[in-house]
Design a protein around this ligand. Sequence first.
Ligand code: UDP
Ligand code: MN
Length: 419
Amino acid sequence: MPSALYQPLATLVGDEEDQDDQEQLHYYYQHPQLSAGEKLPPPTLGTRRSRSIAGNRRRVWLLLLVPCCIVFFYFMFSPQSLGLGNNNTNWDAVDDYLPHNGIDSTNTHALNESLMICSESHEDRRLFMQDKPRSAYAQLPVIYFVTPTYPRREQIPELTRLAHTLLHVPRLHWLVANDRDRCDKFLDNMLNKFGIPFTYLASPMPSKFRNTKPAPRGVANRRAALQWLHQRNLTAGVLYFGDDDNTYDLRLFSEIRQTQRVSMFPVGLIAEYAVSGPVVRNGKVVAFLDSWVAGRRWPVDMAGFAVNLAYMSQYPNVNMPFKPGYEEDLFLRSIGLRIDQIEPKGNNCTEILVWHTQTKNKKSPTVRIDSALLNDRFNLGALFHSLKVMGVASASDTEGPRAVISKNGKGKPLSYFLS
Ligand code: UDP
Ligand code: MN
């Protein structure tokens, strides 16, 4: 996601080190005459009167503080607010469920999506991939490649380009989730023709989010794919969220296929630094580089990680809330990830194996063409019919800019073609 577009919410209060720093800062703001490192002298107490005023004040503060603390701890650690309905509290995971940035506990509910499966094929009709027969790959774990997509004039070209990348990738199941409330015959035919095992889902964005800015793009789609995996009880293989407009290096697939829990790697062309990804020291992920932190514990792009399904299946509350900008963070929180568990890929995160390329999104035009040119004496009727089906452009007798049809560098009138 182009995370830099979103306004950061209040920063997450970090670890103890950060808190210490905050307290120190507060201390020096109150005592500006002190330079850093200098200690404040012990407070000298004045008259008995001022001492008793101070004592009264302390009692009032204590009286106010104690109930506040009780209420605070109740809400922070009650099973409901942690999203844990039972008593088998996994305390390792609790920290991952603490609300932050005003995000409420609805994040921790398990998914319960209704699924609309348009079509699917589990048959791999590809004979060769990367110069080897399909049988050479039979033992590899399957990659579940989840692609959110939506109807616009660039949809078919994007999916064509992506399919031609995926055609080279063995043992892959392509989950194409379309942001539309119905199935689309054209897309179904197209996906079938590639011969890649696939599932085509219709997963519209809930209407209440349609006009919000920013809208949660691709979230309903990914949630539907998660539901599909869950319903099939798939506990082997690797999950990857790959948008329809990114650019994928074929080496990415060999790398993520080895994921044991969660692997991570840099994504090129993200936001201000044109890159987002883990910082690695001695083969371990120690921090993250991303220009938009905004309190995210996992400030990574959707295409910057992969998850092993055996690992994910241990977390029944796996989720991806409709929270623009925070989808990756909240998804990774919902599967209890710890930084020391992350497997860096791409030669210890030194290589870019996936690019956040973006295609210009333009409105589909209506072109004015005389209907006499759209019958089957010419190609134009069939051509515009197929452009319309793909959502690219349409022809009209009465609307839109008039199409210029030329020969030898000169526009010709209709009569020229009809004579
Ligand atoms: N997407 C969608 N519905 C929308 C907008 C986007 O399903 O209304 C999909 C889109 O096809 C892509 C993903 O969500 O796979 C992310 O969207 P986009 O590429 O526009 O966002 P960006 O990569 O710029 O964050
Ligand atoms: Mn994109």
